[in-house]
Design a protein around this ligand. Structure first.
Ligand SMILES: [Zn+2]
Length: 97
C-alpha cells in the first residue's frame, strides 16, 4: 500500500489519483531552471544554439533561457569585436607596411 501525498489516505500502489481527495499521485519531474551557467557558456560559443534555446525555454525556464540568451549575445558581440579587431589590425598593417 501507498499513501496519498496530500491527505495521507491509504491508496493502491498503482493508483494515479487518490480516491479520497482526488489529488494526482504522479510525480512530475521538477523543471530544472537554475539559470544554467553552462548554457550561457554554450550560447557564448555557439550563439545560434543559445538563441534557439532562448526561444524554446523563454516560457518554461525563464532563468535558463535568459542565461542562454545572454551567452548568445556575448558570443555575438565577442565575434563582432574579434572581426573588428582583425580588420583594424589588418588595416593598420596595410598602412604601415
Ligand atoms: Zn488523498
Amino acid at each position: 500500500m501507498a499513501f496519498c501525498k496530500k491527505c495521507g489516505a491509504e491508496i493502491d500502489d498503482q493508483a494515479v489519483i487518490c480516491p479520497k481527495c482526488g489529488v494526482s499521485q504522479v510525480t512530475q519531474p521538477a523543471t530544472v531552471d537554475n539559470g544554467g551557467f553552462l548554457w550561457g557558456m554554450l550560447g557564448c560559443c555557439i550563439p545560434l544554439v543559445g538563441l534557439i534555446l532562448f526561444l524554446v525555454w523563454k516560457d518554461t525556464k525563464p532563468k535558463t533561457s535568459k542565461a542562454a540568451g545572454i551567452g548568445a549575445l556575448v558570443g555575438v558581440i565577442c565575434g563582432i569585436a574579434f572581426y573588428v579587431l582583425m580588420f583594424i589590425i589588418g588595416f593598420s598593417s596595410a598602412v604601415y607596411y
